[in-house]
Design a protein around this ligand. Structure first.
Ligand code: ZN
Length: 439
């Protein structure tokens, strides 16, 4: 059992006891209370804190690997997909969110954020929020936005951008309606103008003011690739980090996705201000954006979490596999001893909780923390022979699904099966929708 508490304990034959969704005891099995409403035998498993996903676009599950967007870098990829996304409906957002969150739960994820920045055909963030509520996962819904279309020098088509007054009004409505700041909260709202090349500086500033007025977090894409950095230098005369700082977008309440091309000065800027990064290695490779300097960020003191990113640029939402990818990539960058399994598992759990502002009650298995955990079998074919370090086998061996994923004491993946949603029915609806959408 991997605790990730203050002393970084690993307990052989360990387990936990939870009541009302909160951990009351962490100890060896013999020392734990022997009766409970539900007792789960985890012999042959590694029990660890639930994984935390800090960046996603759930609707993109419906447009996975479309041929026209399979082999393009970021800007070309977006331009190929925008016209397809224009056809999304409220139902599409609902169904794709359920599908994407099911995938995450099965990979051991207990908390996920989502970044929805398009609202075609009457869609609202409420559609995605309702879907998340039906899964039981802990959810950080971000109200994304785009306001600078092609005709004003932005990347997205004019049909997909919104008026800034409407964006701010809807942002405030969503915060008031849904944001729950409690330790046990399963639903929080953050504000997330999409990217430097799709929103105005004014909207960035006003979103930050609005978020801080309500005590909610800020999220956006930053320094994703060299084209993104060149746009920032050319249009704003500033590096991405300078641009963020000038607009009030640094601080302990901000997390930026990607930051693949963040330079040393900007890394120091983020470290000094406690600004966090959502690292999305598979997407960064798929779009050939580069390898983010994650270990340099961690050494400098930047909080880093992992994100699977949208399923049109990954195209898999398996968070444990994402952690494996992140580990292997940092070894390529830093040398074989440059990143350990345990360091990366910490990024995937506690690091993500910190990026989402929840590290005081999520990301570790310790008394008083929420009972969010995942258990992976390590006595199966995929881990055969890896008997000397079961924890390391989670990332160094093939990534498998969780046997159990528990959120606030609720068993959402039970003995390898999703205990929520009608998965076969959901798959059929999602498939029909994806076929229609791709035409
Ligand atoms: Zn993204």
């Amino acid at each position: 059992m991997l605790c990730q508490d203050e002393t970084n304990r690993e307990i052989a034959n360990g387990g936990l006891f939870a009541r009302d969704g909160v951990i009351e005891a962490v100890a060896t099995t013999d020392e734990l209370p022997q009766t409970a409403d539900r007792v789960i035998d985890l012999s042959g498993h590694v029990l660890m804190p639930g994984l935390v996903n800090t960046h996603h676009h759930l609707y993109q599950n419906l447009t996975r690997l479309l041929p026209e967007a399979q082999d393009a870098p970021l800007f070309g990829w977006l331009q190929a997909l925008y016209p397809v996304w224009e056809r999304l409906s409220p139902e599409a957002f609902h169904v794709s969110a359920q599908l994407g969150l099911a995938e995450l739960l099965l990979s051991g994820c207990t908390t996920s954020s989502d970044h929805q920045y398009i609202f075609p055909n009457g869609s609202r963030l409420d559609d995605t929020i309702a879907a998340a509520g039906e899964t039981g996962i802990r959810f950080m819904a971000t109200r994304g936005s785009m306001s600078v279309g092609e005709s004003s020098g932005g990347l997205p088509p004019d049909a997909l951008v919104e008026r800034e007054d409407d964006i701010l009004a809807d942002s405030e409505r969503l915060i008031r309606r849904y944001h729950d700041p409690a330790a046990a909260s399963r639903l929080q709202v953050a504000l997330a103008p999409c990217s430097p090349f799709s929103v105005s500086q004014e909207l960035m500033r006003e979103s930050a003011v609005l978020a801080r007025k309500h005590g909610v977090r800020l999220h956006t894409h930053l320094a994703e690739n060299t084209e993104d950095v060149a746009y920032s230098l050319e249009r704003f005369g500033r590096s991405p980090g300078e641009y963020a700082e000038d607009l009030g977008w640094v601080g302990e309440d901000v997390w930026h996705a990607h930051c693949v091309q963040l330079d040393e000065r900007d890394i120091r800027r983020f470290a000094a201000t406690g600004t966090a990064v959502a690292h999305c290695p598979c997407s960064n490779l798929r779009l050939a954006s580069g390898v983010a300097p994650v270990m340099a960020m961690l050494r400098a003191g930047v909080p880093v979490g992992l994100g699977v990113d949208g399923s049109s640029s990954n195209d898999g939402g398996h968070l444990l596999a994402e952690a494996r990818q992140a580990l292997l990539l940092q070894r390529l960058r830093e040398g074989a001893a440059g990143c350990s399994v345990r360091e990366m598992l910490r990024v995937a759990t506690l690091g993500g909780a910190r990026a989402l502002g929840r590290a005081d009650h999520l990301g570790a298995l310790q008394v008083g923390y929420q009972a969010d955990c995942a258990a992976f079998a390590v006595d199966d074919l995929w881990h055969a022979g890896a008997v000397h370090d079961p924890v390391a086998s989670l990332l160094l061996c093939h990534s498998t699904n969780a046997s159990y994923t528990v959120v606030g004491g609720d068993v959402l993946v039970d003995n390898g099966e999703l205990a929520v949603l009608d998965l076969p029915g959901l798959l059929q609806r999602h498939r029909d929708m994806a076929v229609r959408l791709g035409r």
